[in-house]
Design a protein around this ligand. Structure first.
Ligand code: G1P
Length: 290
């Protein structure tokens, strides 16, 4: 089996307070970019990388997420009867098969590290992916696929990284770099959300991880880190002595959909990449801003 990544964890329990009132009764991962919810982009990216088991760590609004990845017989019948072929295709295009999705609940909002730890029994003892749906990436080749392509023979932990302006380091997990060939960087340390002056580099973790299951052991120790939360970055830092840690500079443009401006920008960028919409959207934008 080698290092094949068969499972992906999607932490989708966040409160989405930055998008209230839109997220009052709906998880933020259901917010659409153009016409597809963020979570579907994430699940499709995992599937494109060969993932077969999708593990959702939910908190609230679980129903909308579960229903989204379930058959909708009445809707499909109605679309069939009305010959709405395109709409029917959009509903059916990505539908995981029975048993491919598992849901578990994070019953306390203790942070990303804790959310990932909640998936430990579903993951078991094999390397697994973590995708943060807020980080949406427009790329010719899905970023998780770019990562699985280089994961063997690296093994250990591999994350997607990009350089950010130094004044933004406080928003990210930052690598302390040991070696760097411009594409792949090997880390000797990791810091979660350092102040710009304290950051060991400007190479930041973006929400795509392939992790060795050794990380569950430090996660279980419930170390409290930045923002008083159990941080995945801190647990990963403790595994540096045991397994290698690499950051891959991916090809693509990343949008922070946890932020209003980033979310709006993602909508425009993805719409401009849609052959069926690009011309109309460009004309509409020109009307607005000129
Ligand atoms: C999380 C991680 C951080 C990472 C970021 C990427 O932070 O803790 O290390 O750089 O995602 O988006 P969050 O954005 O959830 O605060």
């Amino acid at each position: 089996m080698g290092h094949r990544v068969r499972k992906a964890v999607f932490p989708v329990g966040g409160m989405g307070t930055r998008f209230l009132p839109a997220t009052k009764a709906m998880p933020k991962e259901m917010l659409p970019v153009v016409d597809k919810p963020l979570i579907q982009y994430a699940v499709e990216e995992a599937a494109a990388a060969g993932v077969e088991h999708f593990i959702f760590v939910t908190g609230r609004g679980k129903n909308a997420l579960e229903d989204h990845f379930d058959y909708a017989p009445e809707l499909e019948r109605m679309l069939e009867e009305r010959h709405k072929d395109e709409a029917l295709d959009a509903v059916r295009r990505f539908m995981p098969r029975s048993g491919q999705i598992s849901y578990t609940r994070q019953t306390e909002p203790l942070g990303l590290g804790h959310a990932v730890w909640c998936a430990r029994h579903l993951v078991g003892g094999e390397p697994f992916a973590v995708i943060l749906p807020d980080d949406l990436i427009l790329a010719d080749e899905p970023v998780l696929k770019q990562m699985t392509d280089v994961y063997d023979p690296l093994g250990g932990n591999l994350v997607a990284v990009q350089d950010v302006p130094r004044e933004h380091t406080f928003r990210y997990g930052i690598l302390d770099i040991e070696t760097d060939d411009g594409k792949l960087a090997k880390a000797k340390g990791l810091v979660e959300k350092p102040k710009p002056a304290d950051a060991p580099s400007t190479l930041s973790i973006i929400g795509r991880y392939i992790l060795d299951p050794v990380v569950f052991s430090p996660l279980g120790r419930r170390m409290i880190g930045a923002g008083n939360e159990i941080q995945l970055t801190d647990a990963l830092a403790t595994t540096l002595a045991v397994v290698p840690f690499h950051g891959l500079r991916f090809e693509g443009v990343r949008f922070d959909c946890g932020d209003k401006v980033g979310f709006l920008q993602a909508n425009v960028a993805f719409a401009l990449h849609r052959p069926d919409l690009a011309d109309d959207v460009r004309a509409a934008l020109r009307d607005l801003v000129c």
